[in-house]
Design a protein around this ligand. Structure first.
Ligand SMILES: Cc1ncc(COP(=O)(O)O)c(C=O)c1O
Length: 345
C-alpha cells in the first residue's frame, strides 16, 4: 500500500528528477574541496540568502550545533526559545559537546521571544555570571504551529543583539516556508542574522542535508568544526545535486503545500470532534486537538488511520501535528479528511 504520510516533511523521498541527477552527479573529495557539485550548492545557497559563504552539513542538528560552537566558548550562555528545536530536540548537544548554557525564554504564541525578555536575560558584567554570547530564533517556529517570524521582528532582534555585542543565529530549518508564507524575499528575512541553518531534507525534498550560511570567516571556522564532529563527507556531490534541485525548483512550489494545509484544516474543522487553533495553518503544518467528548485517544486514532493507509504521529493523547509536503496531493488531503470522519464518526 502507498501510505499517505503526514508525520513530517522530513519523510519526503527524493523526486524522480533528483534520483536521475544523483545517478549522474559529478563528484570529488569534498574534504579537499574537490567536489564541484558541493561547491556549486554552497555558492548557490550563500547567494540566495545574500551572505558570503555556506557549508553543506549532514543534518539540521549538526548545522545548529556547529553554529553554536562557532559563536560560543565553553561557559558562555545562549538565549533560546523554550519551545525551540535547539533547546528541546537536539539531545542537549550545546551543553554536552559545547559546554554552552542555554537560557530558555518563553516562546510567545506567535513564535517570538519577547524583546523585553531578551533584554532582561542578557547577563551583566559580574564574576558570578556566564557571558551571554548568542540569541537563537527559529523560523518558522515549529511547535508554535509552523508560524513565520516577520522581517520586522527579525530586524528588531538583530538590532538588539548587535547593540549588546551578541550574535544572532536562525534555526531556519523551514526558512523558505517562512518566506513563502509572508511573500517576502529570503535575503530580507535573514539580513539581520549572523548565521542561518536551513534544511534541504524537509519540504525541499532532498534525501539528506542542510546548509549553514554566514560570513566567509564564520564558515571557515564552521568547516573546521564540521570536520571535528565527523561531518566531513567525501563524494557527497551525489546528494548535493539533489540540494541544487531543492533550491532551484522546490523552493518555488512550497505555496502548494501551504494551500493543501489550508484545505486540510478547513476540511478537518467540519469533522465532529476536531478542534483547530485559531489562525492555523500558517505554513505547512496543521495542529489539531480532540474535543473533550471524543472517547478515543490519538494512539487509537493513529492505529485506525494506519489501517486506512494514513500515517500520523501524535503529539500527545489529544493533539496531532499533520504536515503537508511534496508527496501530499489534493487526493491525499481529501482521503485524510474522509478517513478522520470515518474514525471519529
Ligand atoms: C525547527 C527544526 N530545526 C532543526 C531540525 C533538525 O534537523 P535534522 O532532523 O536534519 O537534524 C528540525 C528537524 O525536524 C526542525 O524541525
Amino acid at each position: 500500500m502507498d501510505y499517505i504520510d503526514l508525520r513530517s516533511d522530513t519523510v519526503t523521498k527524493p523526486t524522480p528528477e533528483m534520483r536521475e541527477a544523483m545517478a549522474e552527479a559529478e563528484v570529488g573529495d569534498d574534504v579537499y574541496r574537490d567536489d564541484p557539485t558541493v561547491n556549486r550548492l554552497e555558492e548557490l545557497a550563500a547567494g540566495m540568502l545574500g551572505k558570503e559563504a555556506s557549508l553543506f552539513v549532514p543534518s539540521g542538528t549538526m548545522g545548529n550545533l556547529i553554529a553554536l560552537l562557532v559563536h560560543c566558548q565553553r561557559g558562555n550562555e545562549a538565549i533560546v526559545g523554550d519551545k525551540s528545536h535547539i533547546y528541546l530536540n537536539e539531545a542537549g548537544g550545546m551543553s554536552a559537546l559545547g559546554g554552552i548554557q542555554p537560557w530558555p525564554l518563553p516562546n510567545q504564541k506567535d513564535g517570538t521571544l519577547a524583546l523585553d525578555d531578551i533584554l532582561a536575560s542578557i547577563r551583566t558584567e559580574d564574576v558570578h555570571h556566564p557571558i551571554t554570547r548568542l540569541i537563537c530564533l527559529e523560523n518558522t517556529q515549529n511547535i508554535c504551529g509552523g508560524v513565520p517570524l516577520t522581517p520586522e521582528y527579525m530586524r528588531q532582534v538583530g538590532d538588539l543583539a548587535h547593540k549588546n555585542n551578541l550574535s544572532l543565529h536562525i534555526d531556519g530549518a523551514r526558512i523558505f516556508n517562512a518566506t513563502v508564507a509572508q511573500n517576502v524575499d529570503v535575503k530580507e528575512l535573514v539580513a539581520p542574522a549572523d548565521s542561518i541553518m536551513f534544511c534541504l531534507s524537509k519540504g525541499l525534498a532532498s534525501p539528506i542535508g542542510s546548509m549553514l550560511v554566514g560570513t566567509s570567516k564564520f564558515i571557515a571556522r564552521a568547516r573546521h568544526i564540521r570536520k571535528m564532529l565527523g561531518g566531513g563527507m567525501r563524494q557527497v556531490g551525489i546528494v548535493a545535486t539533489a540540494g541544487i534541485i531543492s533550491l532551484e525548483k522546490m523552493t518555488r512550489r512550497l505555496a502548494d503545500d501551504h494551500a493543501r494545509a489550508r484545505k486540510l484544516a478547513d476540511g478537518l474543522k467540519q469533522v465532529q470532534g476536531i478542534l483547530i487553533d485559531e489562525g492555523l495553518p500558517y505554513s505547512n503544518m496543521v495542529y489539531l486537538n480532540l474535543a473533550r467528548d471524543v472517547k478515543i485517544d490519538t494512539k487509537t486514532i493513529t492505529e485506525r488511520m494506519l489501517k486506512l493507509g494514513i500515517l500520523l504521529d501524535p503529539e500527545s493523547a489529544s493533539r496531532f501535528r499533520l504536515v503537508t509536503h511534496y508527496w501530499i496531493d489534493d487526493g491525499a488531503v481529501e482521503k485524510t479528511i474522509r478517513a478522520f470522519k470515518t474514525v471519529l464518526g
